[in-house]
Design a protein around this ligand. Structure first.
Ligand code: CP
Length: 330
């Protein structure tokens, strides 16, 4: 039996996989515009969401539906699935894997999707596991940069906001290791700094990384500002959360200083860290970014479940990640 094509963490992806996926997402854009396809007819996807979501769950479900597949969903799994009775994620995954060809899981615990993947023989996609990873968000973020700027190399990128618990920013930072000549600026309040462990891993991966508290001064020279929400739900100390929120707000005054050819991204949802007056600025790409998630996820589902797909990716085995460039997942 072939190894299931799990999507669990960013370090699975190499540059060639990422760039081929972007090309596939472009063809999915045409597919979506023309309505529906039957490429995944007869396949069934289960979405198990133990945390709230708008974009990730609905874009996965829209992607599967547009490709002709079916969807079953546990939208409030932490309240309405048998997790309430104490069922483990492993047991839930084992059961649902008997009903569906693919599991998409969001869970508050780091490593939950990997635990599920370890016990099932269908592909598992990590749709966000606690403060750890959000790999498909990172893919759609870099896809958006590629779409907006026409390249992924030679960029100056500021990651702003919650770099301690924000899994989207953490995953994007890891994915930037697949780009070349990239300079990353980490701009966060003191209580929301990126861990030294991750920062040093980024440096070891070849990124030029600088911590800064002065977004204003950086603004004219940045190609990308990636703003994020302070993750209130993950702070155990309310005082630390209060100290972090409101420190970096993107408003029209900031945009007047920002590079005229730059792009402003946000994984969304936002609270108050981007003023709504910025939304009409052509450089504000966060709503386009969310839409790109549909095409990117269509491309991923087609690669995982379709017959014709062959790009290189590292197969994930729990505890073992194949060397970059290997493809044992065919
Ligand atoms: N960006 C993102 O993960 O959004 P949702 O929480 O709405 O899925």
């Amino acid at each position: 039996m072939p190894i299931p094509r799990h999507i669990l963490e960013v370090r699975q992806f190499d540059r060639s996989f990422v760039l081929e996926l972007f090309e596939r997402a472009e063809s999915m854009r045409s597919t979506a515009r023309s309505g529906f396809s039957s490429r995944l007819h007869g396949k069934l996807m289960a979405t198990l969401f133990f945390e709230p979501s708008t974009r990730t769950r609905l874009s996965f479900e829209a992607a599967m539906t547009r490709l002709g597949g079916g969807v079953i969903s546990a939208e409030y799994a932490s309240a309405t699935s048998s997790a309430v009775k104490g069922e483990t994620i492993e047991d839930t995954a084992r059961i649902v894997a008997g009903y569906a060809d693919l599991l998409v899981i969001r869970h508050p615990q780091s490593g939950a999707a990997a635990r599920a993947a370890a016990v099932v023989d269908v592909p598992v996609i990590n749709a966000g596991d606690g403060g750890n990873e959000h790999p498909t968000q990172a893919l759609l973020d870099l896809y958006t940069i590629w779409k907006e700027l026409g390249r992924i190399d030679g960029l100056r990128i500021a990651l702003v906001g919650d770099l301690r618990y924000g899994r989207a920013a953490r995953s994007l930072a890891r994915l930037l290791a697949q780009t070349r000549d990239t300079e990353v600026f980490l701009v966060s309040p003191p209580t929301a700094r990126m861990s030294d462990e991750l920062r040093l891993a980024l440096v070891a991966a070849g990124l030029r990384v600088t911590e800064s508290d002065d977004l204003e001064t950086l603004a004219p020279s940045l190609d990308v500002v990636y703003q994020t929400r302070i993750q209130r739900e993950r702070f155990s100390d309310v005082a630390e959360y209060e100290a972090a929120r409101g420190r970096y707000v993107i408003d029209p005054a900031f945009m007047s200083r920002f590079n005229p050819r730059g792009v402003l991204l946000h994984p969304l949802p936002r609270v108050d860290e981007i003023h709504p007056a910025v939304d009409s600025d052509p450089r504000a790409a966060y709503f386009r970014q969310a839409r790109h998630g549909l095409y990117l996820r269509m491309a991923l589902l087609d690669w995982i479940l379709g017959e014709q797909s062959t790009p290189v990716i590292n197969a994930y085995s729990p505890g073992v990640v194949a060397p970059v460039g290997g493809d044992s997942a065919s």
